[in-house]
Ligand binder design. Structure first.
Ligand code: NAP
Length: 260
């Protein structure tokens, strides 16, 4: 799985998403993160098809939405996503949120898709430790990825540790806290020291913590900027400074308390 990719949440279907994905692939991105509920899978698929990069070099993620959870309905939702994307296999399929009373059956459907070779990896999103433990009880195939909100104000230390111990790759959503961290003074100071931007420092912090990251942008200069993080290194002291910014603060819902 690539360490780095493009997120397309809130990117409009049609020209906007097609342009973003095209610009990202041209800038060297291999990984694209979409979801049925983003309603832009057709545009993502179109941009993939039109690119010169062979399908097998790309890593495409989608997710089953909450209203479609359950065994049969997940299988159906998967087919619909694949039709929209125009792909014959997916690299990663995730349960978008742990819908009470449903996510265990949904997991069984993901296992079926995996065993049938329709998806190369299966995982979850927005799962706390107790949700993961529920899956472990019934799983024949363990979740390979947990994609959750993660940024310097929400560093999820216990969950990161649990995922590492159980060989589940941790993946950050809203790594830039949807833009709310860009004026942080501590991050700015570190960025200045490396002649990098605050966004680049945050994304580099993800990588050095072993976290896969998928920032979203629809602007070409930012798409390029966000990918330019493989040529500098944060010191142990800088990593520690960023770790200490944690306030357990979310921009999204707590997976134990959501109503969608
Ligand atoms: N599994 C889940 O439940 C879940 C939930 C939320 C998100 N996600 C995934 O995670 C991805 C990323 O999260 P996100 O979209 O919520 O937020 P994000 O990546 O943290 O932040 C995106 C925001 O930051 C701006 N931005 C991007 N790069 C920038 C830069 N270099 N400098 C300044 N501003 C910059 C973008 O604006 P412009 O576009 O105008 O550049 C946009 O407003 C999503 O797209 C989605 O794929 C998953």
């Amino acid at each position: 799985m690539p360490w780095f990719g493009l997120g397309v949440f809130k990117v409009e279907e049609g020209e906007q998403v097609e342009n973003s994905v095209r610009m990202a692939i041209n800038a060297g991105y291999k990984s694209i993160d979409t979801a049925a509920v983003y309603r832009n899978e057709e545009g993502v698929g179109k941009a993939i098809k039109e690119s010169d990069v062979p399908r097998e070099e790309l890593f495409i993620t989608s997710k089953v939405w909450n209203s479609e959870q359950g065994y049969e309905s997940t299988l159906k939702a998967f087919d619909e996503s694949m039709q929209k994307l125009g792909l014959d296999y997916l690299d990663l399929y995730l349960i978008h949120w742990p819908v009470k009373g449903k996510y265990v059956d949904t997991w069984k459907a993901l296992e079926k898709l995996y065993k049938d070779g329709k998806v190369r990896a299966i995982g979850v999103s927005n799962f706390h430790i107790h949700h993961l433990k529920d899956i472990f009880e019934i799983a024949e195939v363990k979740p390979m990825v947990n994609q959750v909100e993660y940024h310097p104000k929400l560093s999820q230390v216990e969950l990161v540790k649990f995922c590492k111990e159980n060989e589940i790759q941790f993946e950050a959503w809203s790594p830039l806290m949807q833009g709310q961290l860009l004026d942080n003074e501590v991050l700015q100071e570190i960025a200045d020291a490396h002649q990098k931007s605050v966004a680049q420092v945050i994304l580099r912090w993800d990588l050095q913590n072993g976290v896969v990251t998928i920032p979203k942008s629809v602007k070409e200069h930012r798409i390029k900027e966000n990918a330019d993080i493989f040529n500098f290194e944060l010191s142990a002291e800088e990593m520690e400074k960023i770790n200490s910014l944690n306030e357990n603060k979310r921009v999204g819902s707590d997976p134990d308390n959501f109503n969608f």
